[in-house]
Design a binder for this molecule. Structure first.
Ligand SMILES: *Cc1c(COP(=O)(O)O)cnc(C)c1O
Length: 482
């Protein structure tokens, strides 16, 4: 390019000293860590050398001001916060990749207050001495679930690990083959079992496990019978699983504790919202199961947490296991979980104040108002650049909860006239804020169910921005959206 040999270009790269004394870089050094800025300067200069070798730089690119601008962009890009808020337009309420349950402002406020102050986290104000971290939650959770005792840890995976490691280390745990599940790639019952030191004793067949299969597997080394909520899949057809009653009876007859990993862990009956199949924590405990474990941030709608509830003797053994210290919940989560449980404890309907439940509860009529509002703004904003329609769709609770339960409701479809839906989806995903959508049959779908606060008003503008982004990149022949 421009007839200059690469060797000549190398000598034009500004020196680190020159760059460091540039006023804009001096300013940068006042804002950001000097070590990181210098690191990025060195990295940028290496990139420039690479580009020279690939014949992709011209003399002008090496002017001091141009190089400095490049460095400023790199610093801002690299050091900007990467965890950002976004709009979930997928209709999947407990979306594992998008942070599961959003909290209400009221709950978040309690976390904020616990964060900026000292608290009685492990201090008994009545006695004036050391208290227990879980004491705050215990009474509330006991009231809500009817459990004798409760222990909260970092997440449900930790809860299962702690339960197995405490009750069954070096001993056998009986589980149905139909319940050896994997959740989100990293939580697998057989692997958690191995980590805990417990020995997995699989029984039955994938689709059918009978009470007699459990009974046959019991021996002197059996420590626990575990039932696992199959969360993210269902076996349909010729199936048989053990009922809670049968499980409790076997446990009692053989003097063995029983446990249910409930996964989602719901405290309210979701049948009135069209989801009849989810058993509540209270129901499972009332059937006589000794220990249940469940997540804080799935259907409960609170912060990430794992809760163990059940018989006092068993829960106390878990609480005193040294592993419990490693898996303990931090004070911010504790503040958020307590605030969430208080919403359940009050007489008002928790689905009014817990966003996850509010979204699940949304009715066809409520959703239709939003869908039509979005559709009509898009029609006037995009005119003939896209076909806009409202169709009946099926959302999901998600997050390893209720995989087969449909959340039926309307959603807005967008079919761009001059480019693919995939490109629109990509542009929306890179927007400010990003909007996450689903693509089906070359249409982008926007499900109003998971839109929070005033997002139904802001989404049309973001879609129009995304159209501009794709249309402009098309006219200038580069192709970032695809
Ligand atoms: C989701 C889930 C887990 C893992 O819970 P986390 O809170 O994500 O750690 C464990 N068991 C079951 C049955 C689940 O559904």
């Amino acid at each position: 390019m421009a007839g200059i040999k690469p060797e000549a270009l190398f000598s034009l790269i500004p020196s680190v000293d020159k760059i460091l004394s540039h006023p804009s870089i001096q300013e940068l050094l006042n804002i950001y860590s000097p070590i990181l800025v210098k690191h990025i300067i060195t990295g940028t200069l290496n990139d420039l050398r690479d580009l020279i070798r690939k014949h992709r730089l011209v003399t002008e690119d090496l002017a001091l001001d141009v190089v400095v601008d490049r460095i400023i962009l790199m610093v801002e890009h690299r050091l900007a916060p990467k965890l950002c808020t976004l709009i979930n337009a997928t209709g999947i309420v407990v979306h594992t990749n998008l942070g599961r349950s959003p909290l209400s402002r009221k709950v978040a406020q309690r976390i904020f207050e616990a964060a900026i102050s000292y608290s009685n986290l492990e201090y008994d104000l009545e006695k004036g001495k050391r208290g227990q971290r879980n004491a705050h939650l215990r009474s509330l959770m006991k009231e809500l679930t009817g459990a004798e005792a409760v222990l909260a840890v970092n997440n449900n995976a930790a809860a299962v690990l702690l339960a197995l490691g405490t009750l069954a280390k070096g001993k056998e745990v009986i589980v149905s083959r139909g319940e050896l599940i994997e959740i989100g790639g990293s939580f697998r019952i057989p692997e958690v079992m191995a980590q805990s030191g417990a020995i997995l004793k699989e029984v039955g067949a994938t689709n059918r496990t009978h009470p007699r299969d459990y009974v046959k597997a019991i021996n002197d080394n059996t420590a626990l019978i575990l039932k696992v909520h199959t969360s993210n899949y269902r076996i349909v057809g010729f199936t048989r699983e053990i009922t809670f009653e049968e499980l409790v009876q076997i446990g009692q007859e053989h003097n063995l504790p029983t446990m249910m990993d409930l996964g989602s862990g719901c405290l309210v009956d979701l049948a009135p919202f069209g989801l009849p199949d989810e058993v509540t924590v209270q129901e499972v405990l009332s059937k006589g199961i000794d220990v249940v474990s469940f997540s804080g941030d799935k259907l409960l709608g609170g912060p990430q947490a794992g809760i163990l509830a059940g018989k006092k003797e068993l829960i106390e053994r878990m609480a005193t296991n040294p592993l419990a210290r490693a898996l303990r919940m931090d004070k911010l989560t504790l503040a958020g979980l307590e605030a969430t449980l208080q919403e359940y404890a009050h007489a008002w309907d928790p689905s009014n104040s817990i966003p996850t439940l509010t979204m699940i509860r949304k009715t066809q009529d409520e959703l239709m108002i939003d869908a039509e509002k979005i559709a009509s703004s898009l029609e006037s904003g995009l005119q003939e650049r896209a076909q806009i329609f409202v169709e009946q769709g099926v959302g999901r609770v998600g997050g390893g909860a209720l995989p087969m339960s449909d959340l039926v409701g309307p959603r807005v479809g967008i079919k761009p006239e001059s480019f693919s839906a995939g490109r629109l989806e990509g542009a929306l995903r890179q927007g400010h804020p990003p909007v996450i959508t689903m693509v089906k049959e070359d249409c982008v779908l926007i499900d109003p169910r998971t839109l929070l606060e005033n997002q139904a008003e802001t989404i049309p503008e973001l879609v129009i921005e995304a159209f501009k982004l794709v249309e402009n990149s098309k006219s200038s022949c580069n192709d970032p959206g695809s």
